[in-house]
Ligand binder design. Structure first.
Ligand code: SAH
Length: 376
């Protein structure tokens, strides 16, 4: 349990010997002013000191490193928990909004072949308080920088949110109810955990759902996203249809464009079929380099290929956007979060020669070959 695992009720229990209005004051201080307990000057000094020292009030993370890119508009934090687990959080300022990308697990068990977090493996679940705390720290930074209020949260950092559904949902509710973030400004991204999508459809809060598709046939998707073997495309599409029918909300498909693998005209045709069936929006992003991805022969599509793919989809009548690449120089871009620790001031992987791929193990060679074959 850490500070933001405490809701109003738990705070009330901590403050049983205090007048009832103190609960509101502490709650406001933590969730609205995003203040440290020791800085809540409206409280009597003794209470302030007691709170500042209470173990329940301790923050979950210490910040190990912070890196800044894109002329100060992208900030990545490497956080460490009391049990020495490391996660990363990325804050991005755009012209019209500020978005934070938070982690839902330390590591990830999904093992997608192009994702650095997947290569690092699963460490442990994050608690809802640990998820909320990332948002609070980012929101504080927004205020300190004069960027205005943090507007959007995407659960697209480390981990698979649907594999930690209970904590993720508690965190989403707290962001909405306690931090005041609109449900429509919260996005859960999943690799395709069908039961999670079904559970989400039953929730009253209308958050956004993004599905990381990347392949529109099972043969290729099995190779890129191992979870596809458990929840193949047809099951995934049916879950998406159920979600759409129940909530009336449009889904987005994420598609990381990989040169020669899923960026050809035939891939666009297949994807368009699924997107039209679901009325889904498609978000394209050229694959960001990761050592594991490169060792399996996976490279991002170049700009002309991205433009061509986007045009093909557009011609099929699919609603499509190309996502801006942020934070590549600090390994903060999509799929690059690995919490390896050597961040602050270190050259980015690209600058440090990421093309020197990590030694290729037999298993990864097999994936490389099969990915190539599936792409033929
Ligand atoms: N597990 C969840 C959320 C975390 S990943 C999910 O899979 O959706 C957030 C997004 O980044 C996903 O769409 C994921 O497929 C994408 N991603 C992973 N590795 C990437 C890479 N190397 N380049 C671009 N996007 C990547």
């Amino acid at each position: 349990m850490s500070r933001y695992d405490l809701g109003r009720e738990e705070l009330a229990r901590l403050l049983t010997d205090e007048p009832a209005y103190r609960v509101d004051q502490v709650f406001e201080g933590l969730y609205k002013r995003l203040a440290e307990p020791g800085d809540l000057t409206e409280l009597p000094g003794e209470l302030r000191r007691r709170l500042a020292q209470a173990p329940e009030m301790a923050l979950a993370f210490s910040s190990v490193a912070e890196s800044v890119a894109d002329r100060g508009t992208t900030v990545k934090w490497l956080f460490e928990t009391g049990d020495a687990r490391r996660i990363e959080t990325v804050l991005m300022r755009y012209r019209d909004r500020v978005t934070v990308c938070v982690s839902s697990q330390a590591g990830c068990a999904m093992a997608c072949s192009f994702c650095a977090t997947g290569d690092a493996g699963f460490k442990r679940q994050l608690s809802s308080g640990e998820i909320v705390e990332q948002v609070v720290i980012a929101a504080r930074r927004c205020r300190a920088e004069g960027w205005g209020e943090l507007g959007n949260v995407v659960l697209m950092g480390m981990g698979e949110p649907m594999a930690n559904f209970k904590a993720v949902w508690a965190a989403v509710e707290s962001m909405n109810r306690d931090l005041g973030l609109g449900a429509r400004h919260l996005t859960i991204s999943t690799v395709g955990v069908v039961p999670g999508i079904v559970s989400l459809a039953a929730k009253p809060l209308q958050v956004n759902l993004a599905v990381s598709l990347h392949a529109a046939n099972d043969e290729l998707r099995d190779l890129l996203v191992p979870l596809n073997r458990r929840y193949p495309l047809e099951a995934l599409m049916q879950a998406c249809e159920h979600y759409r029918a129940t909530t009336g909300r449009r889904i987005s498909f994420e598609w990381a464009l990989m040169a020669g693998v899923n960026d050809r005209r035939c891939d666009a045709t297949e994807l368009a079929g699924l997107a039209r069936r679901l009325g889904a929006h498609v978000n394209l992003i050229p694959l960001n380099p990761t050592p594991g991805g490169l060792s399996r022969g996976l490279k991002g599509s170049d700009a002309p290929a991205v433009a061509a793919f986007s045009n093909w989809l557009g011609n099929f009548g699919v609603n499509v956007t190309v996502r801006q690449n942020r934070g590549r120089s600090i390994s903060a871009a999509c799929g690059q979060l690995a919490a390896c620790g050597s961040l602050a001031g270190a050259p980015s992987r690209a600058e440090a020669g990421i093309t020197r791929a990590t030694p290729t193990a037999p298993r990864t060679q097999a994936i490389e070959i099969s990915v190539r074959e599936a792409a033929k």
